[in-house]
Design a protein around this ligand. Structure first.
Ligand code: ME8
Length: 512
């Protein structure tokens, strides 16, 4: 069987945490890609889920007098509900405690073992329980604090299985060389390459000091390292190892979306495990930046963790989706603040998009009894420019989306919205109405609906419910879901006679 399906993933989220906007960010971005690809007519498999094993989760659960699985069962609901609330269109949700996953990890471990890439040894180093990461003396630079999270590290010595990561140093460097787009953005690729060039140590991939995990085949005193376990989720869900036919239609992943903090695991360990097991490697790993809140790192102790549920309750899912992808170039760090969010809602969603839709459809209600008019005049010079601008925008959006540059896609769309609002001002339909120029009035109003039709398609991956509402209001008889992205690259599909509805404001304005 050959690969047929576009496969996009988010990381699987640790269940010892409640979801915040940083988590929502990765999932929203993946959802936008999935929706865009479906709109292009591609088959898509979009995966997210939860990472439920490991010492950290065992400790958190015990501290609250729970079994780890009870904690997981309780928290997984918060993730699932949040994704529903944010309109996330994932095709599967994987939990690492599921039977299918345990089977898959066991099989991957067995294959790598048979390849001769796993041996039993002894591990001693500094360990951060919170990040589940070992640190060398050099990496700690004399301190006893985790370089990632700042928490104290512990000295840990244990019998452990090792993965021969050192053996894959050269093959990985060759792979990065041959696949220059594998790690995105490019500055992250350079970081990974220099890390690998600095030398790779064999990786400890089992633990004996706790038990909440998947046992090592034939040596259940050991549980498999949580990252070996977690990364494997990406092959479990498409069907490894039981349904290899389905697996080969979906795997390899077209894009793993991850935060910059976990790029190393995805761009170094993961391809090395797969190489060892003789499985195809993912095509791309895209690392996005980090969100702070009002300039500060989000943390429970600071009490500044932003709950995406609160934002959705107050502003709606589309506003949060829009803000996260508009505010920062994808790949760079960003800062969340209420003022910035309200600024974008008022300026861009309400005054820009909302206003264009509402004034255009309002005029059709007033001047045309709500029916899209026939564009009787042959296309004028200004309308020709609108058409060119629309077509150029659709091309720009497509290109930006293929490059995972959401901010560029949105910039192009809002540039077009600005252009259209100016078109309304300059063609002044109210004066055409007054002077009785019905022919030109019809052409202008039809041109507005046609542009809004294209906007609804271009915006759909980003703000699906608002786009569906805009689509309903322009009165197209076809459901938005039956449309293709290519219809946004075609001018002239709006039909005279559609019954429009101005309706209430799409995006209310907020006080700062
Ligand atoms: O890392 N800004 O899970 P996780 C932006 N279980 N992104 C953020 C963020 C922030 N402030 N905080 C978290 C794990 N994220 C592992 C993954 S995958 C095989 C195993 C992002 O719940 C983070 O970068 O700690 C990551 O992409 C995702 O949330 C999950 O984080």
């Amino acid at each position: 069987m050959e690969k047929k399906v576009f496969y996009v993933t988010t990381p699987i989220y640790y269940v010892n945490d409640v979801p915040h906007i940083g988590h929502a960010y990765t999932t929203v971005a993946a959802d936008v890609i999935a929706r865009f690809k479906r709109l292009k007519g591609e088959k898509v498999f979009f995966l997210t889920g939860t990472d439920e094993h490991g010492q950290k989760i065992e400790r958190t659960a015990r501290a609250s007098g729970e079994e780890p699985i009870e904690l997981a069962n309780r928290v997984v609901v918060r993730f699932k509900e949040l994704w529903k609330k944010l309109n996330i269109s994932n095709d599967d949700f994987i939990r690492t405690t599921e039977e299918r996953h345990i089977k898959s990890v066991t099989e991957l471990f067995r294959r790598v073992f048979e390849k001769g890439d796993i041996y039993l040894g002894e591990y001693e180093d500094w360990y951060c329980v919170f990040d589940e990461t070992f640190w060398t003396e050099t990496q700690l630079g004399g301190s006893r604090l985790c370089p990632d999270c700042g928490r104290p590290v512990e000295r840990l010595k244990e019998e452990s299985y090792f993965f021969r990561l050192s053996k894959y140093e050269k093959p990985l460097l060759e792979f990065y060389e041959d696949n220059p787009d594998f790690i995105q953005p490019p500055f992250r690729r350079n970081e990974v390459i220099s890390f690998v060039r600095g030398g790779l140590r064999d990786l400890s991939i089992s633990r004996t000091t706790f038990s909440w995990g998947i046992p090592v085949p034939n040596n259940p005193r050991h549980v498999i390292y949580v990252w070996f376990d977690a990364l494997t989720n990406y092959i479990t869900a498409p069907g490894f190892p039981d349904d290899m036919e389905r697996f080969s239609e979906i795997w390899p992943a077209d894009i793993h979306l991850v935060g910059k903090d976990i790029l190393r695991f995805h761009a170094i360990y993961w391809p090395a495990f797969l190489m060892s097991a003789g499985l195809p490697l993912p095509k791309k790993v895209f690392a996005h930046g980090w969100w702070t809140v009002e300039g500060e790192k989000m943390s429970k102790s600071k009490g500044n963790v932003v709950d995406p549920n609160d934002i959705v309750d107050e502003f709606g899912a589309d506003v949060l989706r829009y803000f996260l992808l508009r505010e920062v170039p994808f790949g760079l760090d960003g800062d969340f603040s209420r003022t910035a969010l309200i600024g974008r809602v008022n300026g861009e969603l309400a005054n820009g998009l909302g206003n264009l839709v509402s004034r255009s459809l309002g005029m059709i209600e007033r001047y045309m009894r709500g029916r899209v008019p026939e564009p009787t005049l042959s296309v004028g010079g200004y309308e020709q420019r609108v058409r060119e601008k629309a077509m150029e925008t659709a091309r720009q959006v497509e290109e930006a989306m293929e490059e995972v540059a959401f901010h560029r896609a949105l910039n192009a769309i809002w540039d077009f919205i600005g252009f259209m609002n100016k078109y309304v001002d300059e063609s002044a339909p109210w004066s055409l109405e007054k002077s009785g120029n019905r022919e030109r009035l019809g052409l202008v109003l039809w041109t507005l609906v046609e542009s809004i039709r294209i906007l609804a398609l271009l915006l759909y991956p980003f703000i699906p419910s608002s786009s569906r509402e805009i689509w309903r209001r322009i009165g197209s008889p076809e459901p938005l879901e039956s449309q293709l992205f290519s219809y946004a690259k075609e001018w002239g599909l709006t039909r005279p006679g559609w019954q429009v509805e101005k309706g209430r404001a799409l995006f209310p304005r907020y006080e700062r």
